[in-house]
Each structure stands twice: as structure tokens, then as C-alpha cells.
Design a protein around this ligand. Structure first.
Ligand code: NAP
Length: 241
């Protein structure tokens, strides 16, 4: 039976790179998208073992429907990658309550919804892996990204606590906290800011989505069976703790 993975927010960026890698390695892959239907459909059309399902991870009803669809197509879910996320730069004093709520609804509640929808099947099978995307900013904090940093710190707390709770059911829960990765999320950065980030990075380059995808694959694979509750940060040395 082929291994199966559900990746949220996989129409673009890190999620799409992960979907390609898992598909190339023979996994059955369910990719979730929210608004980028064309990109998701194009990715699914390019691999016979990828299929796309729409859902706003902030909405529990839509998440439940997404997981039902994924189970219909895949039979079971071995690995859940909670990758969907949003970021926004603003002065803390300008952040509206609606912006704060949306950040937490997608970045934190989305993880809660997806874990709760997928866990009953994993617990029944006494087997499964969950990988949550945090960020270096959730570890160290970013100026002008307080809601994002707080939401990504919450994902780290959620990961550690859930790893303890579901470990006895044979399920691992880990966190990947990337540094600056060259995706649409950073598309608004001017060349000067990108250069400054490169200079601050010991390896002297920004990360590529594939750099994160390979770590996600490692954590999803049986090689990582004894790793749980950990935060692993592919960041080129930008943050060394
Ligand atoms: P990206 O290129 O902006 O792509 C974001 C993805 O998330 C898209 O596929 C988008 O789907 C999806 N998404 C957004 N809101 C959603 C929602 N409500 N429901 C379902 N899907 C939703 O981002 P990325 O750079 O690949 O980032 C992926 C993850 O890594 C995020 O959690 C991000 O916080 C984290 N991360 C990124 C960086 C970085 O430097 N890029 C660094 C650290 C951590 P649609 O386009 O279909 O709406």
C-alpha cells in the first residue's frame, strides 16, 4: 500500500515543493489550496498521484470536508503536514483586531482543525506523523510581525504538547521552523532587503522551497520514527540556538 500524505496550503511555495517531492518518491498526495485553484489544479494534473482539494483551514466545516475527501481518495492518512499560513507586516500599534484574529484563525486554529480531523484515524491505526510549519520568527520574534511571530510561537507550543499526548498512540508530532525562504510570502521584499537578509545568513543565500521540502520528507519517512516534539529549523545559520 503506498504511503499517503495530506499537505495544506500546497498550491504554491513550500507546500507545492513538498507535494512534488513526495509524489516523485511514489507517495499518494492530497494537496489543499484555498484561493489558488488554477495553480493547485495544474500541480495535480502534472502528477498522477497528486489530487487537489479546496478548503479554508480556518473553517472547521471545510476542513472536515477536506479530510473526508482525502480519506476517500487515499484510504487513510499516514502524514499530515500543516503548512498553510499567512504573514503580514505592520506596526503592532496599527494591527486591527480583525487582522489579529485572521492570523490566528489560519496559522493556529487551522492547525488545530486539521489535527483534530486527522487524529481519530491515526489513533485507530496507532500510527501517524504530523508536521507543523512554524518559523524562525516564532522562535526569536520579528519586528513589525508581532501577530505572525505570536501565531508561529503558538504552533511550537501546540506541537510540543500534542507530541506528549499522542506519543503513546504511536504518533509523532514535529515542527519545522524555516528561516527566510524565497516564496510568494517574501515577494514584497525589495532587493535591498533581500540582500541584507542574505548578508545576515552565514550560508549567504536565501532558502529555496526545496530546502524545506527535503526536511519535511525526512520527518515523514520511517527514518524519523524516533523523533517527536522537536523544532527543526532549516535557516542557513540565520538563527543558531
Ligand atoms: P506562500 O508561498 O505564501 O503560500 C502559502 C500557501 O498557504 C498557499 O498555498 C495558500 O493557498 C495557503 N493558504 C493561505 N491561507 C490559507 C487558508 N486559509 N487555507 C488553506 N490554505 C491557505 O507561503 P510559503 O512561503 O510557502 O509558506 C508556507 C508555510 O511556511 C507557512 O506556514 C509559512 O508561515 C511558513 N514559513 C515560510 C517562510 C518563508 O520565508 N517563506 C519562513 C518560515 C515559515 P492559496 O494560494 O490557494 O490561497
Amino acid at each position: 500500500m503506498p504511503a499517503t500524505v495530506l499537505i495544506t496550503g500546497a498550491s504554491r511555495g513550500i507546500g507545492a515543493a513538498a507535494a512534488r517531492l513526495f509524489a516523485q518518491r511514489g507517495w499518494q498526495v492530497a494537496i489543499n489550496y484555498h484561493q489558488s485553484e488554477e495553480a493547485a489544479r495544474t500541480l495535480a494534473a502534472s502528477h498522477k498521484n497528486i489530487f487537489a482539494v479546496q478548503a479554508d483551514v480556518a473553517d472547521r466545516r471545510q476542513v472536515n470536508h477536506m479530510v473526508e475527501e482525502a480519506l476517500c481518495q487515499l484510504g487513510h492518512i499516514d502524514v499530515l503536514i500543516n503548512n498553510a499560513g499567512i504573514a503580514r507586516q505592520a506596526l503592532f500599534t496599527d494591527v486591527t483586531e480583525a487582522e489579529w484574529d485572521r492570523m490566528f484563525s489560519v496559522n493556529v486554529k487551522g492547525v488545530y482543525h486539521c489535527c483534530q480531523a486527522v487524529l481519530p484515524g491515526m489513533i485507530r491505526r496507532q500510527k501517524g506523523k504530523i508536521i507543523n510549519l512554524s518559523s524562525i520568527w516564532g522562535m526569536t520574534g520579528a519586528s513589525c510581525e508581532v501577530p505572525y511571530s505570536a501565531s508561529k510561537a503558538a504552533v511550537i507550543g501546540l506541537t510540543k504538547a500534542l507530541a506528549k499526548e499522542v506519543g503513546p498512540s504511536g504518533i509523532t508530532v514535529n515542527c519545522v521552523a524555516p528561516g527566510v525562504i524565497d516564496t510568494d510570502m517574501n515577494a514584497a521584499l525589495c532587493e535591498e532587503a533581500r540582500e541584507a537578509l542574505r548578508e545576515e545568513t552565514p550560508l549567504g543565500v536565501l532558502g529555496r522551497p526545496e530546502d524545506v521540502a527535503s526536511l519535511l520528507y525526512f520527518l515523514a519517512d520511517s527514518q524519523a520514527d524516533f523523533i517527536t516534539g522537536q523544532v527543526i529549523s532549516p535557516n542557513g545559520g540565520f538563527l543558531i540556538v
